[in-house]
Design a protein around this ligand. Structure first.
Ligand code: PRT
Ligand code: ZN
Length: 283
């Protein structure tokens, strides 16, 4: 049985549980405890603070973990990163008060920088030959400059709203992060086989995200035009109709460009266009 560490509460909890659930690892969230046996897959979920997940996996108290790459990079422990999971996207950036003029990385020489990610920042400054004072603080890093505790900050940014409301500007994006699946580097063959099974399920779930299944009737005379408009994993499915002047054309498309595509298809004569939701794609 695999033990999977997941953030107990916070930004990654909900999407981590949703991904597991979509992958057939169901957890009854009602009787939520520290450790819960999953249904439908030989796994148990251990709920932890995100900061503790890399170490728990590194020492083997959990086999797998779902955690932000930023935490993995900061802790620098020996874990294998198996897969990027496509949620929890953010970046670790340097930001300075907007009243200051930024002159490039040398700006930070001799400055005091507040951060909860001292190791990542120390390495970044070391690689770039910058000599700054790093002040480690946990929580509300963004108020440090106003409070006179620091000249600049190094913190997680996603929309950038928090920086703006604290009078700060992002001047260097140092690391991009998202939720990742990590593993203890010495998993047994049995556990690794289960982990691989989980990874391919996660991939199928991700492949289906942002995709729709499109189905329409097309006059045979417009079939080539319609096919040239459609992307398809291999080639779109064409099914004959009772009326031999028409066929049914079916394929998977990106949700992003859906309306433009539908309008182009209508222009060349497609009718009865159905857009269906899609759950998973196993390639
Ligand atoms: O209790 P626990 O220790 O488990 O949780 P936590 O409070 O340490 O972490 P949590 O739940 O806030 O974040 C978990 C993970 O989510 C982080 O480690 C990142 O990998 C990821 N993540 C993604 C973020 C953000 N986006 C994010 N925006 N983590 C924090 N933020 C903060 C950011 O620092 C800013 O203060 O949210 C604020 C809003 O950001 P803006 O730029 O959208 O304004
Ligand atoms: Zn945390």
């Amino acid at each position: 049985m695999l033990r999977i560490a997941v953030q107990a509460k916070g930004r990654l909890n909900e999407q981590s549980m949703e991904l597991l659930n979509e992958a057939g690892v169901s957890v009854n969230m009602e009787k939520r405890k520290f450790l819960v046996r999953a249904e439908g897959f030989p796994a148990e979920i251990i709920f932890l603070r995100d900061d503790d997940i890399p170490q728990t996996v590194a020492i083997g108290a959990a086999d797998l973990g779902i955690v932000g790459y930023n935490e993995v990079a900061e802790k620098g422990l020996e874990v294998s990163q198996l897969q990027k999971l496509g949620f929890g996207g953010c970046r670790l950036s340097l930001a300075i008060p907007k009243s200051e003029t930024y002159t490039g990385l040398e700006y930070f020489n001799g400055k005091r920088i507040a951060t909860s990610y001292p190791e990542i920042l120390r390495k970044f400054f070391e690689q770039n030959g910058i000599d700054a004072q790093i002040h480690t603080i946990t929580g509300s890093v963004e108020i440090a400059p106003t409070a006179g505790l620091a000249d600049a900050i190094f913190d997680i940014v996603s929309s950038g709203g928090t920086l703006v409301s604290n009078g700060l500007v992002e001047v260097e994006k140092v690391v991009y992060s998202e939720a990742v699946l990590i593993a203890n580097p010495e998993l047994s063959e049995e556990k690794m086989a289960l982990a691989r099974q989980l990874m391919s399920r996660f991939e199928a779930v991700r492949n289906g995200q942002g995709k729709k299944y499109l189905l329409m009737n097309v006059p045979m005379t417009a079939l080539d035009d319609a096919i040239s408009l459609l992307p398809a994993m291999r080639s779109p499915t064409v099914i004959p109709l009772a009326n031999s002047d028409w066929c049914s054309l079916q394929t998977v498309v990106d949700e992003k460009n859906l309306w433009n595509l539908i309008e182009s298809l209508k222009e060349i004569g497609a009718e009865g266009i159905l857009v269906l939701s899609l759950d998973k794609i196993v390639l």
